[in-house]
Each structure stands twice: as C-alpha cells, then as structure tokens.
Design a protein around this ligand. Structure first.
Ligand code: PEP
Ligand code: MG
Length: 888
C-alpha cells in the first residue's frame, strides 16, 4: 500500500487513535489540533492536512511535489467540494481555501500562509454576487494577489503596501476598512500589474495551479532563512518538515458582524488564570498578527456579540480540559457565526510556565511529575536574569507606556532596524541595544535575538514582536503608539514619545512586566526568588536521578551555585585562580624558571594563595564534594607578552631582559591546545603537582578541623591519554598527601581521578580505571579532539556547515551523541567493568545543556557539572530525563 500523505480533518483523530504525539509528528501541531476539534464536534471550517512526510518527500524529490501527492491533493479538493457544497474555481459559488504551515512545534510567523486561494477574475464576481457584497469580494481578491505574490513569488510586500497607502491618501481615509468596493477593485488591477511586471507573466487564473504553487511555497518556507534561525535557536530538527493545512476560508472580513482574533486560555505573560486575547472586526487573520490595526481586548466581544462570546468561552474551556494545558486559539467570526481555526498548547514566558504548571497541579488537572515535563529547562534561564533595581526604578521618569508583552527588564541604546541591532552588537559599537520599531516582522528575528529588549509602536499582545519575544524570553513592550503621542521615522532614525525625542544610540529602558518606558539608563540587580520556582524545582529534584554539580573556581561562584541548588563542585579549574594580580607574577616566575630550585622557590610563593583559595571554597561547600583539577592550560596563556612586563619580571628573577625574552620565545608552541598542558606539565614538573597537593590537603585538614566536618578531597588529573601518565602523577599526589595526613594524625580520605578528554583515554578507559577512582568527561576537549577542530576557531567555519546542513548545531554546545557520545558511553562501560564503583560525571560545557544532560542520564553517569546559572536548567533536564526514561 502506498504511503498516506493526506488526511481530512475528520479522519485524523481516529486514524491516530488519539495518540497526540504520533498525530503531531505526522499532521503537525495545527493539523492535530484541527483534527481533535473536528472530532469533538467543534465548529471548524473543514479541510485536509498534507503531512510532514509529504514535506520531506518534497525535499527528497528535489523540491518538487510528485505526481502521486499532487493527484492526491486534487482528490482531497474534490472531497472538500463535496463536504462544503462549493466548487473550486467556480464562478457562481467558489470554494476558497487558506493554505497554512504547521510544524510539530509551532514556529510563530516563521513560515508562510496564503489566504483566499481559489479567486480569479471570474470567481471574484461570483463571490460578489453570491454574498451581495462586492467590497468584501474585492477585499479578498486584493489580499490574495498580494499574499500570493509575496509568499509564492517573493515579490516584495512593500510594493503593494505603498499602493494601499496611496489609495487611502487619495480617498482621504485612514483605515483599510474605509476603502470602498471600487477602490479595492482598482487596487486589484494595480496589484495584478505589479505582479506581471515582476513575474513577466499574468497573475495565475487556474486555482489548481495556485494551490500547487502555494503548497510548494509553504514547504519551501520550512527552509527559509528566518525559519532556519528559529529552528536553530529552538533546536528543532530540519528533518521534521512542516505539514500544510488546506482549509475552507471563514471570512472575518465580510462586514461588521465578522472579525478574527486570537486568544489564550491563560495569560501567556504571567500565567494568570483568565482568558486573554484580542480581535479585530472586519478583518482577516494576518491583520491581527501583523499589528496593522490595534485590536480590541476579547472582553469587548461580550458586549459586541454576547452569544458568540459565550460559545467561545465554552469551547476554550473544553479545549483546555481536553488538552490539559493552556491553549492558544485562533478564531474567525463570519456573519455572527464562530469558527475555530486553530488550537495548540500556547507559548509562554518562564514565569507563566511555572504559574500554569503549579495551578494545573492545584486544580487536579495534572500530576506533579507531569508538571515537571511542562516547563522547558532552557526557559528557566530568563527567570534568573537581572531585574531593575527597585530604588533606581522609582527614581526614574516614565516617558510613556505600552503593553507589557514579555516580562523582564531591558536597558540599552536605541537602534531602529534589526540589521543595525546585529551590526552594532557584532562590531562592539554598542554592547546593549533596544530595538525600537514601528512593528517587527519575521525577517527581524536575528536582530531581535541580539537585543536586550524590543519596543514597538504598533501591535497588541499577540503581534509578531510580542509572540516572538515571549518565545525568546526577551523583554518586550508593544503598541506604545496606542495611548501615547508617538512619532517614529525608522529611516531618519528618530523616535518621539509624548514630546520626548530620541535618536539612534540614545539610552532607553523598558519594563516588560509593566509596559513602562524610561528615557534613561536604569541599574539592574540579580533576580530574586519566586515561590513557584522553589515549589516546582522541588518536584524536579524528587524525580531526578543524576546529581547536579557546578563548575566554580572562586567563592562567589561557588556560593551562587549552591544557592541555585548545586550539590557540589564537579570542576574547580585551579589555573583560573592564578590570574589575579597578586599572584600572576609568582606564576610567571614558576613557568619561566629554568631549574627545579628556581621553580620550587616560585611555587612556594604561589602555595599560600592556592591554599587560601581552597580553604575559602571548602568553607562554602562544607561536606559537599569538590573536585579540584590540577593545572591544565597551555602555559603561554600566563606568559608576559608586553616588553615592559618582561622587563619587570626579568628584574624580579635576576635575569636580563634578553635572557627572559629568549625563555618566553622558547616556550612558544605551534599548537598550544595539543602542546605542553594538562598532566604533561606534572610529568615534566612534578613539583607543580606536589605543590597543588599540599595546598589541597592542608586546606582540607584546616577546614575539617575548623568545622568538625571531615572533608574528602577529590583530586583530578587532566588530559590523561595513557594509564602510565596517570600512574606517575598519582604517585606524586599520593606520596605528598599521605605524608601530610600522617603528620596531621587524622583519618582523612581522598580520591584521585582523571578527566576523560582525549580519545585515547576513552579508548583505553578499562586500563585507566585501574588507577582512577573517578572519571569526569571533559567534553570540551573530547569534542575538539574527536572532531579534530579547535574549540576556539570552530565558530569561524561552522556557519558554512549549518548552511549546508552538514551539522545542525554546534557540537561544543550540544553533545554529538553519535561520535563523542559513543566514546563517553564506551568509556563509562569499560571503566565500570574494571572498577564497579567508579564515579562518573561530565564537566564540559555540555553539562548544562538539556539534551546532553538527557544523554548523560541515559548512559548512567552519576552527575553533571555546569556553570552556576545553568544549575537549575540541569536539575530540570535531569528530572525530565528520569521521568521519560527511569533507570532501575
Ligand atoms: C573540558 O575539556 O571539557 C574541560 C572541562 O576542561 P577545559 O574546558 O578546562 O579544558
Ligand atoms: Mg579540558
């Protein structure tokens, strides 16, 4: 049997037996929602879904819709004609459809939509006659020509918008809705001319051609630059493809008893349990999202059309109860009849996600474990970001107010285009920018991403800017032109609000939680606790099986991490302690020393600093484990490079300038990352390892005595590739440590382990485990050395790899599970075969990346270690991994 590529809305629910995941994978989120609503008997304009598999087939066929699929599409059009009693391309009662994208995960505004498809010069007359409303018919036709030209043929939208503005000016009207049937008819003629001039052929009159071209355009939009950026940002795999929904049009633009809107069952910014939404009378869908006119709040519908409002509330409640989650719905009212165009689990801010998860548990709708799965780990990040300092905020002057579209605080210099935002930040000309726009459009995505905040003049809570900013966790104030006196000139780069004028580069602050706009810089402070956060993280901690440690090498970071729930330190990079001004000189002396005696003299200067640092860290960590990694980086990182520094150090060391300069030059390496670093330093200069051991053990003895709690130091030897290397360095550590412990007369235990960060270490892990009591996977180096490209330079060429779809993501951010992951899995298994109680963890950057954390859970590691601010993310990711795939 050939593959099924198309499903009527009425088929979906049964075909997938209510399996929402399978249904979403095949029909996309929108298609699945339409199928479920149809099955539940809700008022849904009928149609069919072309599956995501048809999209991948389109790409496999060289961006063509093959004959089998196109024949099937026309079969389904016929079926739809029977369902609706209208005929595609008919000039008395034409069937008009919308063609809309719908991926597994929603990608708001990133892909394309075409409305009113099926119109041509004859059908428009038929529609006018049938409805007795020529204004409406021509409004549909002008919209269709414009959208088809823009989306399918890529004729710039602005060419058409200019003509609408000209027409409005000529007729002396302000809004599109004030244009008459004749004005619109004239516009259609102009639009078709623009189309022909740009395309070199007339506007297509055959609806079948229109449909196939439109479906292709939606498939193609899966691969457009903004969709690719969004996908990368949200880790949506390219192979998924998008489904396409072909649906009978419901007309929100057919008069004053018609309209269109979007609504959420709960507030997507705060999570509050109240219906939130907005609508526009006499309009079509894109008008609301594009922010062309400012919509009315949904509550007004209660007065305007009470029965429609009641029906909508009933449906919204049913949908939320059915999906057991906050719903994001699109609807259209046609001559007083309500139609549902979409429902899906709504995007929300981190704050709202927590509020909704807690409320749904309290309402008995979901369990605590289900709640844990409802919040994106990465989202937690935004909760921990700084807020305006309360006192500074009070003192600041509010210059205007817009809609509180996406919470958070943003302060930055004004830029007026997304390109400027990108350019200013990239070039370093401005560190923080706030993007101020009339309205944003999907092309602005990269500029929005680099901005601290977004301020728009037009548009409501569901405008493009608002939706995308919430998704990104970026602060946004939208629609400040609604209630303020605002002038903006994006070309001249000026913005004026209530008489206060701003130009590019001026500072502005916006508060996405209140909508307030301030014409100055306002100081920020770290975020404070949130009771939902504490409660929610408690559920996560209960579920997880991985321990979560942190990478910290100073007391401040250690404390920060403990406050954020870290259970220990998985990596303390000792070299980071050497850069401080009061010790760098002694470290340089150590490196440049030419004899053991000179090196020991320099090390004696460093030792008290190092011991003091460890003591401070132990005081914070108490009995929580702390893994101290011995000196690792290429030594040139510490060397003096400026002549005056060389001269100063030479004087201290009793050398001439020339002598020291020669030493510095002799230490130059062609490939420092693979040079004299890691345990190679301890092999050549064992006195460094001895000094570090003295510092660790003495610090642990002192703090144990001070606190009465017995500390167990964990000592980690980096960059091992051969068991004998480890054995040698370990012998230095053991000899030094045992002597000190014996002298102290206490029963202190300690462990010596290693990092697995060289492929050879992974390949010989069974041998290495004979000497190592624990392994910590250093996946930064392991990735670098497995791929054979430098972690410092990869960014220079990875862009080309993403463009060519060779790699989808940065392997230094998301663990490459196929290659590097295989080494990790194998080394873990081989290590444990030698030493069943071998401790296993990860301390590369991947320890704070949710998909990598899931991998670590699945391969049986004991812990992940990540930077302090990512600790909550790792806790939640570990919990989700354990719920999805519990280990025995
Ligand atoms: C690693 O290589 O993954 C690691 C944690 O060590 P560093 O980043 O210090 O090389
Ligand atoms: Mg490393």
């Amino acid at each position: 049997m050939s593959k099924k590529y198309l499903y009527y809305f009425s088929e979906g629910s049964k075909a997938f037996n209510g399996d929402m995941t399978a249904m979403k994978n095949t029909l996309g989120g929108k298609g699945a929602g339409l199928a479920e609503m149809t099955a539940a008997g809700m008022p849904v304009p009928q149609g069919f879904t072309i599956t995501t598999e048809a999209c991948t087939q389109y790409y496999a066929d060289g961006r063509q819709i093959n004959e089998e699929i196109s024949a099937d599409i026309f079969e389904h059009v016929k079926g739809l004609e029977e369902i609706t009693g209208k005929k595609f391309g008919d000039n008395s009662n034409p069937l008009l459809v919308s063609v809309r994208s719908g991926a597994r995960q929603s990608m708001p505004g990133m892909m394309d939509t075409i409305l009113n498809l099926g119109l041509n010069d004859e059908a428009v007359e038929g529609l006018a006659k049938k409805t007795g409303n020529p204004r409406f018919a021509y409004d549909c036709y002008r919209r269709f020509v414009q959208m088809f030209a823009d989306v399918v043929m890529m004729v710039p939208k602005s060419l058409f918008e200019v003509e609408i503005d000209k027409m409005k000016e000529a007729k002396g009207v302000k809004n599109d809705v004030d244009l008459t049937a004749d004005d619109l008819k004239e516009l259609v003629a102009i639009f078709k001319k623009i189309y022909e001039e740009n395309e070199g052929r007339p506007f297509p009159q055959d609806p079948r051609d229109q449909l196939i071209e439109a479906v292709k355009a939606v498939f193609r939009s899966w691969d457009n630059p903004r969709a690719n950026v969004y996908r990368k940002m949200n880790e949506i795999p390219y192979e998924w493809g998008t489904a396409v929904n072909v649906q009978q049009m419901a007309f929100g633009n057919s008069g004053d008893r018609s309209g269109t809107g979007v609504a959420f069952t709960r507030d997507p910014a705060t999570g509050a349990k109240k219906l939130m939404g907005e609508y526009l009378i006499n309009a079509q869908g894109e008008d609301v999202v594009a922010g062309v006119r400012t919509p009315s709040p949904i509550s007004h519908l209660q007065e305007q059309m009470p029965e429609v409002y009641e029906e909508f509330i009933t449906i919204a409640n049913r949908l939320e109860n059915y999906f057991r989650d906050m719903q994001d719905m699109e609807f259209t009212i046609e001559d007083g009849h309500l139609y549902m165009l979409q429902t899906r689990n709504g995007k929300r801010t981190a704050q709202a996600a927590l509020q909704i998860a807690c409320d749904l548990v309290d309402e008995g709708m979901i369990t605590e474990r289900e709640a844990v799965l409802r919040v994106e780990p990465k989202q937690l990040d935004t909760l921990l970001h700084p807020q305006f300092d309360a006192a500074a905020l009070k003192a600041a002057e509010v210059v205007g107010k817009g809609l509180a579209a996406s919470p958070g605080s943003a302060c930055g210099q004004i830029v007026f285009t997304a390109e400027d935002a990108e350019e200013m930040v990239k070039s370093g000309k401005m560190k923080k920018v706030v993007l101020v726009r009339l309205e944003t459009s999907p092309e602005d995505i990269v500029g929005m991403q680099v901005s601290q905040g977004i301020l728009t003049v037009r548009g409501g809570m569901t405008s493009h800017a608002a939706v995308v900013a919430r998704g990104m966790g970026t602060c946004c104030v939208s629609g400040c032109g609604n209630d303020n006196d605002v002038k903006i000139d994006e070309e001249a780069k000026t913005f004026e609000i209530n008489g206060r004028k701003f130009v590019e580069g001026d500072w502005i602050s916006i508060d996405g939680s209140t909508g307030n706009i301030y014409g100055e810089q306002i100081a920020t402070v770290a975020a404070t606790g949130n009771k939902n956060f504490t409660r929610f993280m408690g559920w996560a901690d209960e579920a997880r099986q991985l321990l979560v440690m942190t990478n910290a090498d100073n007391p401040r970071d250690a404390q920060q991490a403990v406050d954020l729930g870290a259970e220990g330190i998985g990596l303390c990079r000792t070299e980071h302690m050497f850069f401080a001004e009061d010790r760098i000189k002694a470290v340089r002396e150590m490196i440049c020393a030419r004899t053991v005696e000179a090196r020991e003299a320099a090390l004696a200067k460093v030792e008290p600093f190092q011991q003091g640092d460890f003591e401070a860290m132990y005081r914070i960590m108490g009995e929580r484990p702390m893994t101290i990694r011995y000196l690792d980086p290429p030594l040139h990182e510490f060397l003096p490079s400026k002549d005056e520094d060389i001269a100063e150090l030479a004087a201290d060391m009793g050398l001439t300038f020339e002598e020291l300069k020669n030493i510095v030059e002799s230490l130059h390496e062609f490939n420092p990352m693979m040079g004299h670093r890691g345990c190679r330093l301890a092999v050549t200069y064992p006195e460094i390892a001895a000094m570090q051991t003295r510092a660790v053990i003495k610090a642990a003895l002192n703090v144990s005595a001070e606190t009465g709690k017995m500390i167990t130091p964990h000592i980690m030897i980096p960059l091992v590739g051969e068991v004998k290397e480890l054995k040698y360095v370990k012998s230095v550590v053991v000899e030094t440590a045992d002597k000190l412990i014996a002298e102290a007369g206490v029963d202190m235990k300690y462990q010596v382990g290693t990092m697995i960060e060289i492929p050879r270490a992974a390949l010989t892990a069974g041998e290495i485990a004979k000497e190592a009591e624990f392994f910590s996977f250093g996946t930064n180096d392991l990735t670098q050395m497995t791929f054979g490209f430098s972690r410092d330079d990869a960014a220079k060429f990875l862009g080309a790899y993403y463009d060519k779809k060779i790699y989808e993501s940065d392997p230094f951010q998301h663990l490459d599970q196929v290659g590097v992951g295989r080494l990790v899995k194998m080394a873990a298994a081989d290590g444990r075969a030698t030493r069943p109680d071998l401790g296993l963890g990860i301390c590369g950057e991947h320890g704070g990346d949710p998909t990598s954390v899931e991998f670590c859970h699945n391969v049986g590691l004991d812990y992940v270690s990540c930077s302090p601010f990512r600790v909550p993310i790792a806790r939640l990711a570990a919990a989700q991994a354990a719920i999805k795939n519990p280990r025995g």
